[in-house]
Design a protein. Structure first.
Length: 189
């Protein structure tokens, strides 16, 4: 049995790196980092999820619009690039918008690490030669079966995920993912 992806660093070291990457991502958007306990908490939870041995093969970042989910996903991507350049980690992590999953489905199934940004924003289904399909569900089921590490950001609640993707995917997400809930209000105001 495979275990979830693990970064070979202490939780404290990776929290420091991820915090620095988060600050850099905020600065790259010409914004000022707003220090608060909630952001510190979600960064620490992400770092803990990635440095602890676990059977979980992913992370779901849930919360309302504008509260730092995308910033944290991009910070993680940049932290992994930093670690890869220093031969500490062998993986990069592409970030694919949920609306692009359909046209990049094959790639999404192959990446050892993948981030799906804004899950729930894509159309629920499409017709393929008369068959109703949902590319996000297909990718998630494949990644579940292959135990490939997946990071998801979404504005959907657990109930909305269940309604949009069905009981089976909601149940699999509960099994395979650590859930980190963002409680901040929007930073975009």
């Amino acid at each position: 049995m495979r275990t979830g992806f693990k970064i070979d660093m202490s939780t404290e070291e990776f929290t420091t790196l991820l915090t620095a990457a988060y600050h850099a991502e905020v600065a790259s958007r010409n914004m000022t980092y707003q220090d608060n306990e909630e952001t510190t908490t979600v960064i620490a939870k992400m770092a803990n999820s990635l440095t602890s041995a676990s059977h979980k093969t992913g992370i779901v970042l849930c919360g309302t619009c504008g509260n730092g989910k995308t910033t944290l996903v991009r910070a993680l991507q940049n932290a992994l690039i930093y670690l890869k350049r220093r031969n500490i980690c062998n993986y990069g992590m592409p970030i694919i918008d949920a609306r692009e999953v359909e046209c990049r489905q094959k790639e999404c199934k192959e990446y050892p690490l993948l981030a799906i940004e804004d899950m729930g924003k894509e159309p629920a289904t499409r017709l393929d030669y008369g068959n109703v399909v949902n590319p996000v569900i297909e990718v998630l089921e494949h990644r579940y079966n292959e135990q490939l590490f997946t990071v998801i950001s979404t504005n959907l609640t657990a109930k909305e995920i269940r309604e949009k993707y069905g009981e089976r995917i909601a149940d699999r997400l509960n099994e395979m993912m650590n859930v980190i809930i963002f409680k901040n209000k929007s930073f975009r105001r």
